[in-house]
Design a protein. Structure first.
Ligand code: HAM
Length: 421
C-alpha cells in the first residue's frame, strides 16, 4: 500500500463507531438536562485568534498548532481547542445582547501536533461547554457537574477531581514574583524546559512532569496562599457549593493548566487508567478573554474533555457501550425472481422502521446464513424461487433457532408483531 494514515490520527471504523454514538448520545442527553445548546464553529480560524487567546508562551501555541497560509496568503490554524472559537463567535454574533447568560456545548475534532502516545493524538475529539456571561461561582460548579455527571452516568469510577484557583490580575503578579524568587534559587538544577519557562511562564513549572523539577519545587509558594479577597471568597463558595452537592474534590495547589486565559477557578478530572496522559478533562474560569479579543468585558467558565481518553477509560473499566446496531431482518435471497419479491418487501419494512439487510443474491444459502449470523440479525427471512411461486417465505428466529413458514403478504404483520421497534 502506498498510503498510510498521518501520524497521530486514527480511523474510527464501522465496527467501533457504536461506542462513539453511545458516548455522544450520553453527552447530548446530559447537555439537554443542564440546558446547554450546541454550537458549531469552523474547524479553522485566523491564527491570531488562538495565539491571542491561548497565549504565545504556551506549548499549544508555541509548538503544537497546525498553521498554514492559504492561497490568499492568510494565516489559518486548525483549531487546537474550542474556547477561543466560541468566544469569537459569541462576540461576532453579539450573543450577549440576546440573553445575559449563554450556555453552549460542542463535540468535535481538535488538532495539536504533539508527540503521539497512549491518549495523545494529533487529531482528537473533545466535548465541552462554555458558560458565558456570569461571574457567579454556581456557574463554575455547574460546568463541573456537567462533566462529572457524564462520567458518572457512563459508569466511570476512580476519578480524581482536582480544583484550584489561579487568581486574577490583581493577585497573580504578586504571587508570580514570589514564585520566581523561589525558583531563581534552584534555577540551575531545573530541567532545561523549566529553565526556559522561568522566563516565559513560571507557573507551568509546577506542572512539570520531570521528577527532579517536582522535588525541587516541593516547597514552592502556591497561588492559593496569595489569593486576593475576591478570588479567595469565590474559591470558598465554589468549594461550599460542591460540598452541598456531595461532589468529592481535592484541592491541588499545583494545578495550573496549560492555557493562559484562566483566572480564578481551574480544575481537572483525572483517571488512573490513562497512564501519563491522565487528564480526562479540564477547565476553568476565563473572565478576561472576551475583553482581550475586543469584546465587552464578559466573565465566563467552561471545560473540555477528550473523547478518545474517555473511551480508553471505559474500555479499561470494562463498561458497556450498549449494543452494536444489528439488522432486525436479514433477507436470504436465492435467485432473480426472489430478489424481485424481496425489494418491495424490504422497502415496506424499512418504512415501518425495521432495519433490513438484503443478502447478496449471487451467494449461496449457506454463505448468506453465515453473513446473517455474523451481523447478528434478529430474524432471517429466506426466499427462493419456490417460495415466490407458492407466495411463501421461511422466517427463522435467530435467537431460538425456530423456523416457520409465512405467507409473503403477511410477512410485515408477523414481523411487526414479533419485533415492535
Ligand atoms: P485542555 O486541557 O487543553 O483544555 O484539553 C482538554 C482535554 O482534551 C484534555 O484533558 C484531554 O482529555 C483532551 N486532549 C487535549 N489534548 C489532547 C491530545 N493531543 N490527544 C487527546 N486528547 C487530548 C482545553 O482545551 C480548554 N479549551 C478547556 C476549557 C474550556 N477551558 C475553559 N473552557
Amino acid at each position: 500500500m502506498n498510503y498510510r494514515i498521518p501520524t497521530g490520527t486514527k480511523d474510527i471504523l464501522p465496527s467501533e463507531i457504536y461506542k462513539w454514538h453511545f458516548v455522544e448520545n450520553k453527552i447530548r442527553d446530559v447537555m439537554r438536562r443542564f440546558n446547554y445548546a450546541e454550537i458549531r464553529t469552523p474547524m479553522f480560524e485566523y491564527t491570531e485568534l488562538f495565539s491571542r487567546s491561548i497565549g504565545e508562551s504556551t506549548d499549544v501555541v508555541g509548538k503544537e498548532m497546525y498553521t498554514f497560509l492559504d492561497k490568499g496568503n492568510e494565516s489559518l490554524t486548525l483549531r487546537p481547542e474550542m474556547t477561543a472559537s466560541v468566544m469569537r463567535a459569541f462576540i461576532e454574533n453579539s450573543l450577549g445582547e440576546l440573553q445575559s447568560l449563554n450556555k453552549v456545548y460542542y463535540i468535535g475534532p481538535m488538532f495539536r501536533q504533539e508527540r503521539p502516545q497512549k491518549g495523545r493524538l494529533r487529531q482528537f475529539h473533545q466535548f465541552g461547554v462554555e458558560c458565558i456571561g456570569s461571574q457567579a461561582p454556581e456557574n463554575d460548579v455547574e460546568t463541573m457537574a456537567v462533566a462529572l455527571s457524564i462520567y458518572e452516568e457512563l459508569g466511570i469510577k476512580n476519578l480524581n477531581f482536582k480544583i484550584n484557583s489561579v487568581g486574577c490580575h490583581t493577585c497573580r503578579p504578586r504571587y508570580r514574583e514570589a514564585l520566581v524568587t523561589f525558583l531563581e534559587n534552584v534555577k540551575n538544577d531545573l530541567s532545561a524546559e523549566s529553565q526556559k519557562r522561568l522566563l516565559t511562564n513560571p507557573m507551568r513549572i509546577l506542572d512539570s512532569k520531570n521528577e527532579k523539577d517536582f522535588q525541587l519545587t516541593a516547597n514552592a509558594p502556591l497561588m492559593n496562599s496569595y489569593l486576593c479577597k475576591e478570588c479567595s471568597a469565590h474559591f470558598d463558595k465554589v468549594q461550599a457549593m460542591l460540598q452541598s452537592m456531595n461532589i468529592a474534590f481535592e484541592i491541588d495547589g499545583r494545578l495550573v493548566r496549560g492555557l493562559d486565559y484562566y483566572t480564578k477557578t481551574a480544575y481537572e478530572i483525572q483517571s488512573e487508567n490513562l497512564g501519563s496522559q491522565n487528564a480526562l478533562g479540564g477547565g476553568g474560569r476565563y473572565d478576561l478573554l472576551a475583553e482581550s479579543l475586543g469584546g465587552k468585558p464578559t466573565p465566563a467558565v467552561g471545560f473540555a474533555a477528550g473523547i478518545e481518553r474517555l473511551i480508553i477509560v471505559m474500555e479499561a473499566e470494562k463498561l458497556s457501550f450498549g449494543e452494536a446496531p444489528k439488522p432486525d431482518v436479514y433477507f436470504v435471497v436465492l435467485g432473480e425472481t426472489a430478489l424481485k419479491a424481496v425489494l418491495p418487501l424490504a422497502r415496506q419494512l424499512r418504512q415501518l422502521a425495521f432495519a433490513c439487510e438484503i443478502g447478496q443474491n449471487d451467494r449461496s444459502l449457506k454463505a448468506q446464513m453465515r453473513d446473517a449470523n455474523r451481523q447478528n440479525a434478529r430474524y432471517v427471512v429466506i426466499i427462493g424461487e419456490n417460495e415466490v411461486a407458492q407466495n411463501q417465505c421461511a422466517i427463522k428466529d435467530m435467537k431460538s433457532g425456530e423456523q416457520k413458514n409465512c405467507p409473503l403478504n403477511e410477512l410485515s404483520v408477523v414481523l411487526n408483531g414479533a419485533l415492535k421497534p
